[in-house]
Design a protein around this ligand. Structure first.
Ligand SMILES: Nc1ncnc2c1ncn2[C@@H]1O[C@H](COP(=O)(O)OP(=O)(O)O)[C@@H](O)[C@H]1O
Ligand SMILES: [Mg+2]
Length: 487
């Protein structure tokens, strides 16, 4: 879809006029620019920022691209600078298929692959290495012609002897500073797409004319609040429609009713969201930019680094307080659960002055890689889900539920979205999260609550089929996990 769009005459505000029909990807753009006047540093930096932001959008969700090269960045027309460079997200499926060439990479067929990829180990930081080569090329289009990445250039970087030393390239530019970090031979020294993106934006020093989608920038808060607000609303609408359809389908043969989660518990005003995001910057607890991880059904989830934790990465789950008792309940429950089977709550606090009269709670949580739902979808798509791995996950899922039942805690919203996956070790580690609907049983074995809560798709029959005038009986057994077809 995007691929068929071509450039029209686009005049942009800077010292750069774009007129090129039929440019579809970054490789074609590079070829085009090599023939004419090279772009200004300002334009090159804007392109570099967009390349990093595209990658960061994937990396915050722990998705590896695995095939970063100029051909895999699309050049789309836009009003801001005349162009926007995107990693195709709808076309991402094809990028995933292309990533199968990752296996070919062991034979060293692709110039942009990181050294560890050529040895058969692909890591998220391998994308940064590839991007480093693309950035060097962008910065030195007239010097680095097609096929400039030869074996001697790669070996030199691998041995830490230098970067493209046989070429006359600009070694003082801002882009070079970033590329240097990307091209570290040790993948652990390459930091992250988010860090590099915020570093380059700082070095660039001028306000951007486009709004970032992967990370919150202090100077962009008003536009970003609007963007997030629109996305949440759209998501909410879709969820509501899906919920109604599903509930109707499920309940056709029963005379019971299910209540959906209350949409008013979300952010209801852009200005409040804006003030809330500003207050996160102002309280100086966090060292880093805020990366946008997800919008849940109740709130917003951001990743950042906590200063007093040695700048360790943590996750902030922020939600509006509608019912004080419910929040206290969630905190009390989470504080008891200290095993790795449950996502850890480091701290929590309330924001009330900045957002008055509304109140928000911030949960500081252990950071995981993605939700089990996202993991299942991704592994399914990539065809890399072995029975062995499914079994490892299934064991842990059962273990998590068993663990909280020891404390007489009923989760009441068990579904793949509410398990998190950590991908740092040799095998995926599963943790249960989101205790917003949980309840702790007293002495009796079950509790009675009038309204059904949770996601109806995963609900046990005794909750689903209760009559209007009956109380719902929740017991630990109601937390059954639907046997997902993928698992
Ligand atoms: N600690 C975390 N690490 C990584 N991702 C998280 C973390 N907590 C939440 N998320 C992401 O945010 C989503 C929503 O979080 P959740 O706690 O389930 O809140 P909600 O009540 O909004 O459903 C999760 O499905 C997951 O994708
Ligand atoms: Mg959830």
């Amino acid at each position: 879809m995007i691929l068929n769009q071509t450039f029209q005459n686009v005049q942009i505000n800077l010292d750069f006029i774009i007129y090129f029909p039929n440019i579809e990807n970054l490789m074609q753009l590079f070829d085009y620019l090599r023939k004419g006047q090279p772009p200004s540093n300002e334009i090159k930096e804007i392109i570099a920022i967009q390349l990093l932001e595209g990658l960061n959008n994937l990396h915050v969700k722990n998705i590896m691209h695995r095939d970063i090269k100029p051909q895999n960045y699309l050049v789309c027309p836009s009003k801001t600078y005349g162009f926007t460079i995107k990693i195709c997200d709808l076309g991402f499926a094809s990028a995933v298929t292309k990533s199968k060439s990752f296996y070919l990479s062991k034979k060293g067929t692709d110039a942009y692959f990181a050294p560890e990829v050529e040895k058969g180990q692909s890591r998220i930081q391998s994308d940064l290495y590839s991007l480093g080569l693309v950035l060097l090329e962008l910065d030195n289009l007239n010097e680095l012609k097609e096929n400039w990445i030869d074996q001697s250039t790669k070996t030199e970087i691998l041995e830490g002897r230098g970067i493209a030393s046989k070429y006359q390239i600009n070694r003082k530019s801002n882009i070079y500073k970033i590329a240097q970090i990307c091209l570290k031979k040790d993948y652990l020294e390459r930091t992250t797409a988010g860090d590099l993106l915020s570093e380059l934006i700082k070095l660039h020093g001028k306000p951007l004319k486009f709004t970032l989608t992967s990370m919150i920038l202090e100077e962009q808060i008003p536009q970003q609040a609007q963007q997030i607000f629109d996305r949440i609303n759209e998501l909410q609408k879709n969820m509501q429609n899906q919920f109604e359809e599903y509930a109707k389908h499920l309940l056709d043969n029963t005379n019971s009713k299910i209540k959906n989660k209350d949409a008013n518990q979300q952010f209801t005003k852009v200005e409040v969201l804006s003030k809330l995001l500003k207050s996160l910057y102002e309280n100086k607890k966090y060292a880093n930019n805020f990366q946008i991880l997800s919008f849940g059904s109740y709130g917003m989830v951001l990743a950042t680094k906590k200063v007093s934790f040695n700048s360790k990465e943590i996750v902030l789950k922020i939600q509006k307080i509608v019912d004080n008792l419910a929040i206290e309940n969630e905190i009390t429950i989470m504080k008891q659960l200290k095993e790795p089977l449950v996502v850890q709550l480091y701290d929590s606090y309330i924001i009330e002055q900045a957002t008055a009269p509304e109140k928000y709670v911030v949960f500081e949580l252990e950071k995981c890689s993605c939700s089990l739902q996202d993991y299942i979808e991704r592994q399914g798509k990539e065809g890399e889900f072995s029975d062995e791995e499914k079994l490892i996950i299934a064991h842990q899922v059962i273990d998590c539920v068993n663990y909280i039942h020891w404390f007489n805690i009923i989760h009441r919203d068990i579904k793949p979205d509410n398990f998190l996956v950590c991908l740092d070790g040799n095998q995926p580690e599963i943790k249960l999260c989101d205790f917003g609907l949980s309840a702790q049983l007293g002495n009796s074995e079950s509790i009675e609550i009038l309204d059904g809560v949770g996601n109806c798709a995963y609900m046990a029959p005794e909750i689903l089929t209760k009559k209007e005038n009956e109380n719902k009986i929740y017991s630990k057994k109601s937390s059954n996990i639907k046997r997902d077809q993928n698992l």
